[in-house]
Design a protein around this ligand. Structure first.
Ligand SMILES: Nc1ncnc2c1ncn2[C@@H]1O[C@H](COP(=O)(O)OP(=O)(O)OP(=O)(O)O)[C@@H](O)[C@H]1O
Length: 291
């Protein structure tokens, strides 16, 4: 049996309650998922469902109240700060906002060199590696000496991707990495993620509220609803023939260009809301035919 790269089982996270004697508020109720080497697991769900909290727990940014997070067979649920710093060599992150995630006073060259020098690279070695990374994410060599403010959102997100790639990680947690970008830039950046994975074999835990984005990049998809995973399966199947009523609702709520299709979906959504589907109604659903 091969060990999954990331193996999360029965993960629970509770945030502190607000106010005097308020009780902790549990937002993940026992989430289990696994990501294999070189695989993309998409995490999709509505706002507030707990997607970001899953990513933050994997990154060690929130403390689980229960469950286990394994990485290459090691238990990383409760790491010390020192162990967490060592793990940064293997687990990296790309956040949503390319504007706030880069230090505005450093050149791109310095931003990208820093993690390499921390790992022990010489200034010359780091410089050569940064040029390689810029090339890998499709940015010109003169990017090195420039500041983040000189770049568009899409270009900044390419810098953020290069920074995540710098230590040669095995897993990147991507938290809504294209949702601040316009549609055509989104498509190019998503293609870049796919291309980088082909070349490097890195795995992604890819978080998005957008089913179309998730479908584009994922091998498998887990659907999160109110702190639980309600469905996991191959991306094509989950995003076109969902089994769980919540995923069906999510698919019907996604915007489509064709106004007739949009109307059909609205009617189907209302029907689903009025009567949760049985196996029979699901078989006859328009989702099974058109999407
Ligand atoms: N630091 C925090 N303190 C208290 N509650 C929090 C905190 N962060 C998130 N929550 C709550 O936890 C729940 C899950 O939030 P989370 O950000 O994980 O959801 P999400 O699916 O990523 O949503 P979005 O797509 O809007 O970011 C929400 O009810 C949210 O209000």
């Amino acid at each position: 049996m091969t060990t999954a790269l990331l193996d999360v089982s029965d993960l629970r996270v509770a945030y502190p309650g607000r106010g005097f004697r308020a009780r902790p508020h549990e937002v993940l109720h026992g989430v289990s998922l696994a990501v294999d080497q070189g695989e993309t697991l998409g995490i999709v769900g509505e706002s507030g469902s707990g997607k970001t909290t899953i990513g933050r727990a994997v990154l060690g940014l929130v403390k689980p109240s229960g469950g286990r997070i394994g990485f290459l067979g090691q238990d990383i649920t409760h790491c010390t700060p020192k162990e967490r710093r060592a793990l940064a060599r293997y687990i990296q992150v790309v956040f949503q906002d390319p504007y706030s995630s880069l230090n505005p006073s450093l050149t791109i060259g310095d931003i990208l060199s820093e993690p390499l020098v921390v790992q022990g690279a010489t200034a010359r070695g780091a410089r050569a590696r940064v040029h390689e990374l810029l090339d890998q994410v499709g940015l010109p060599a003169d990017t090195f000496a420039r500041l983040p403010r000189e770049f568009s959102g899409g270009q900044r997100q390419r810098v953020a991707i290069a920074r995540a790639l710098a230590p040669g990680p095995k897993l990147i947690v991507c938290d809504e990495p294209v949702s601040a970008l316009d549609l055509s830039t989104q498509a190019r950046v998503l293609d870049l993620f796919v291309d980088i994975q082909r070349r490097t074999g890195v795995a992604y835990l890819f978080i998005s509220h957008d089913l179309a984005v998730i479908r584009h990049v994922s091998h498998r998809v887990s659907v999160v609803h109110r702190g639980d995973i309600v469905e996991t399966g191959p991306a094509g199947r989950v995003t076109s023939e969902p089994e769980h009523p919540y995923t069906q609702h999510l698919l019907l709520a996604a915007p489509v260009a064709d106004p007739v299709e949009q109307r059909n979906r609205r009617v189907e959504r209302q029907r689903l809301a009025a009567a949760p589907p049985t196996a029979e109604t699901h078989r006859n659903s328009p989702l099974k035919q058109g999407s």
